[in-house]
Ligand binder design. Structure first.
Ligand code: 6PG
Length: 464
């Protein structure tokens, strides 16, 4: 018997995706460490049609031609090593599908190298964590279009479904899929940080207990319908099985990361596009990680005194902040996608991206429906902030943020992402920015020249 698809890498994500695919298609799996494969077959596989292969040759020969091989392995060097180890066994037109969080430039390189050998390559972003992998993730494929056509059915069957269809769509050539997944993660970092800042304000200024905060997040989420808000509400309610205390209070406040947020910011800088809210999400994780230093610093300063606020009023401002800054995080992400699409010729369809993010993925939320409408009205939008769907709401909510930001500052609570979102909005809607002074300074100390409002040309002044 020949199997329709093969999967390499039986981490939890790989296992769950294999089980998901096996509901509709025959699949063969391989993992370098044999015991993992054995555990998987013994403990997780029931009646599904899954073949366990215990050698690469066995694995490859179990697959129907042209072979379709999905890699669910750690991004970076391991992907290259596995591809190299596969090469001797592959034949022309076989398809390798990288389902990990690979850097988009690695994907471009691999695609080029493999195409020269006649092997087809798809860089596929998969979002949804363990649960999504098993029950239906959001899938973001890019690469050779005709190769996608051959695996489309398998990916569609595995993906999350909404009434608009499966949460998968061919996004574009080369690394388009991995680029879009990277920006998905950038937005994820932004929204996670926005929620963390609101949590910080709730506990430090309003002095709410986790249970109460859980109620607040759950109530807001009736409107927002955001997965990240939903899990935040649940996290607040969770007791530690060991001590019975609230688990959130026992978790060390040092955030880790595996790179996709940082890469989003690096790419934004390379492409000359600002994503300050997402950037704030990355920076906040970096600052959190120097815990010892923060503890030492804290001892050198008096504690800020808590601002006195009207609880009802401030809760409404926090809810506005969550909406406002989340919209801005998406707006920054889509703006960067547009820049990247133009630079790298991805030819991205932003409406379709918002559609496949509507379910299965980590940043799914009620905001993705109006985002799709905005792109349906204008495919080539420069920014979401001026659209019918968001303009008025952003304007109203921006006005509600000033008291929140000032009381946070009085209380010594950093709201970096929320503040960045507000400043991004205020900058984008400023006809006049002070960059004339920057130009004057550059010309003053370095003769870097400037342009004038009243005359065409390039000018330099002897300033002293
Ligand atoms: C997803 C997630 C996932 C990502 C984790 C961890 O869409 O399912 O984005 O792919 O790897 O969220 O990311 P960090 O370790 O960088 O926080």
């Amino acid at each position: 018997k020949k199997y329709e698809i093969g999967l390499i890498g039986l981490s939890v994500m790989g296992q769950n995706l294999a089980l998901n695919i096996a509901r509709n298609h025959s699949i063969s799996v391989y993992n370098r460490t044999e015991s993992k494969t054995k555990d998987f077959i013994k403990n997780k596989v029931d009646k599904q049609e899954i073949k366990a292969a215990y050698g690469l040759e066995d694995f490859i020969s179990s697959l129907a031609k042209p072979r379709k091989i999905m890699l669910m392995i750690k991004a970076g060097k391991p992907v290259d090593l596995v591809i190299d180890s596969l090469l001797p066994y592959l034949s022309k037109d076989d398809i390798i599908i990288d389902g990990g969080n690979s850097h988009f430039e690695d994907t471009n390189r691999r695609l080029k190298n493999l195409e020269e050998k006649g092997i087809r390559y798809l860089g596929v972003g998969i979002s949804g964590g363990e649960y999504g992998a098993l029950h239906g993730p959001s899938i973001m494929p890019g690469g050779t279009k005709e190769a996608y056509a051959e695996v489309a059915d398998i990916l569609k069957d595995a993906a999350a479904k909404t009434d608009k269809g499966a949460c998968v769509s061919y996004l574009g050539p080369k690394s388009a899929g991995h680029y879009v997944k990277m920006i998905h993660n950038g937005i994820e970092y932004g929204i996670m940080e926005i929620l963390a800042e609101i949590y910080d304000y709730l506990r430090k200024v309003l002095q709410l207990k986790p249970d109460e905060m859980g109620d607040v997040f759950a109530e807001w989420n009736q409107e927002l319908d955001s997965y990240l808000v939903e899990i935040t509400a649940k996290i607040m309610k969770k007791n530690d099985p060991k001590t019975g205390k609230k688990l959130i209070d026992l978790i060390l406040d040092k955030a880790k990361h595996k790179g996709t947020g940082k890469w989003s910011v690096q790419s934004a800088l390379d492409l000359g596009t600002a994503i300050p809210t997402i950037n704030a999400g990355v920076n906040a994780r970096l600052v959190s990680s120097i815990k010892q230093e923060r503890v030492e610093n804290a001892a050198q300063f008096d504690k800020s005194s808590r601002a006195l606020v009207d609880k009802k009023e401030i809760l409404s401002q926090l809810k506005s902040a969550l909406y406002f800054a989340s919209v801005i995080a998406y707006a920054e992400g889509f703006k960067l996608l547009k820049t990247a699409s133009e630079e790298y010729n991805y030819n991205l369809n932003y409406k379709e991206i918002a559609r496949i993010w509507e379910d299965g993925c980590i940043i799914r939320s009620g905001l993705l429906e109006p985002i799709q409408q905005a792109f349906a009205d204008n495919m080539n939008l420069n920014t979401l902030i001026t659209t019918e769907q968001f303009k008025d709401q952003l304007n109203v909510k921006a006005n509600q943020l000033t008291e929140l930001i000032s009381t946070a500052a009085q209380s010594g609570v950093p709201l970096t992402a929320i503040h960045s979102a507000l400043d991004y909005f205020n900058s984008l809607k400023s006809e006049e920015l002070p960059a004339n002074l920057i130009q004057a300074q550059r010309d003053f100390f370095g003769a870097h020249t400037y342009q004038r409002r009243d005359e065409k040309g390039t000018f330099h002044t002897n300033w002293e």
